[in-house]
Design a protein around this ligand. Structure first.
Ligand code: G3H
Ligand code: 13P
Ligand code: NA
Ligand code: ZN
Length: 328
């Protein structure tokens, strides 16, 4: 059944587990997530980004998730809109049936320029008013996602930087977080603790100086009833990285957020953990390998099946590690 983010994360908080929130763009990702959830008896959060809506189209994306709800009636599913760049984007998702939306007011509507605190409060509050009137949950974001190691926002390929940020924006302040939640009434809050989007997060396995799990603890102590969210939380699996490069790919050395650190984050109050890159890497590695090993194949169902199986493995491992397994 389709449920709201608030309902699911309240249950997660009561039972001390965390929820992976997987980005979806195509049917294979939806299949992989649902098969893993069914196997492990886990609830599900699937989220669509602006990029996903541009790729699949809003209606296709929504119906793919609706198909999952129909085929797996015993599994609670949250249909979440990831990183809304302005209130109008969130309003359209609310109207089309999403049970949760993210208003990312940490950046201006161009999704690049850091916004002022006042702007962030204003747009997030506006979305909370609209969404709550319809029983839809709202995630806000305070602080800008970016690497505490390099100062960079997420990068697509590890070569071209998309933008350097002031270091003080990269770590969410404790008092500001409390003020933000009081003023906006958001259900969940994404915080900046040194993670960034994409595969190129850290040049070496992260230490506590660049991955500030301690800050989660401090914010959670002040805001025990707000569900904290970690973005940019792919682990960048080294085994899939090696397979991608072994079968013709060219990805540079890079490290993600270790699963053990995410588990620490969950113990410290994180309830939603956003993951996109890990499924992309598993899919790419599996398809590259399959096509190299089966050069005569021209039936996409064959290599897409390999993609689905690889992504399913990641999903299952996260449901188990974060403790959502057994909670459907
Ligand atoms: O927010 C970042 C997610 O990984 C979505 O990425 O905009 O390329 O779909 P995307
Ligand atoms: P990753 O790029 O680490 O998978 O992060 C995804 C994310 O935060 C989507 O909002
Ligand atoms: Na989100
Ligand atoms: Zn994100």
């Amino acid at each position: 059944a389709l449920i709201s983010l608030r309902q699911l994360l309240d249950h997660a908080a009561e039972n001390s587990y965390g929820m992976p929130a997987f980005n979806v763009n195509n049917m294979e990702q939806v299949h992989a997530i649902m098969q893993a959830a069914d196997e492990t008896d886990s609830p599900v959060i699937m989220q669509g980004s602006a990029g996903a809506r541009g790729y699949a189209g809003e209606a296709f994306l929504r119906h793919l998730i609706a198909a999952a709800v129909e085929q797996y009636p015993h599994i609670p599913v949250v249909m979440h809109q990831d990183h809304g760049s302005e209130p109008a984007v969130c309003l359209r998702s609310i109207q089309s049936g999403f049970s949760s939306v993210m208003m990312d007011g940490s950046l201006m509507a161009d999704a690049k320029t850091p916004a002022t605190y006042e702007y962030n409060v204003e747009v997030t509050k506006k979305v909370v008013e609209m969404a709550h009137a319809g029983g839809v949950s709202v995630e806000g974001e305070l602080g800008c996602l970016g690497s505490l190691e390099t100062g960079m926002m997420g990068e697509e390929d590890g070569h071209g930087a998309e933008g350097k940020l002031d270091m003080d924006m990269l770590l969410t302040g404790v008092d500001e977080a409390a003020d933000f939640v009081e003023k906006t009434g958001c259900d969940a809050l994404a915080i900046a603790i040194g993670t960034s989007h994409g595969a190129y997060k850290f040049t070496k396995p992260p230490t506590g100086a660049v991955l500030r799990i301690d800050r989660i603890r401090e914010i959670h102590a002040k805001l025990p009833n707000t569900h904290l969210v970690m973005h940019g939380s792919s682990s960048v699996p080294q085994d899939w990285l090696a397979i991608i490069n072994e079968y013709g790919g060219d990805m540079g050395e890079t490290y993600g957020v270790p699963v053990e650190e995410i588990v620490e984050g969950i113990k410290s109050g994180v309830r939603k953990v956003n993951i996109d890159t890990d499924l992309r890497m598993a899919s790419t590695g599996a398809v590259r390998k399959f096509l190299v090993e089966n050069p005569s194949n021209f039936d996409p169902r064959k290599f897409l099946k390999a993609s689905t199986a690889a992504m399913q493995g990641i999903c299952k491992a996260r449901f188990e590690a974060f403790g959502s397994a057994g909670n459907a």
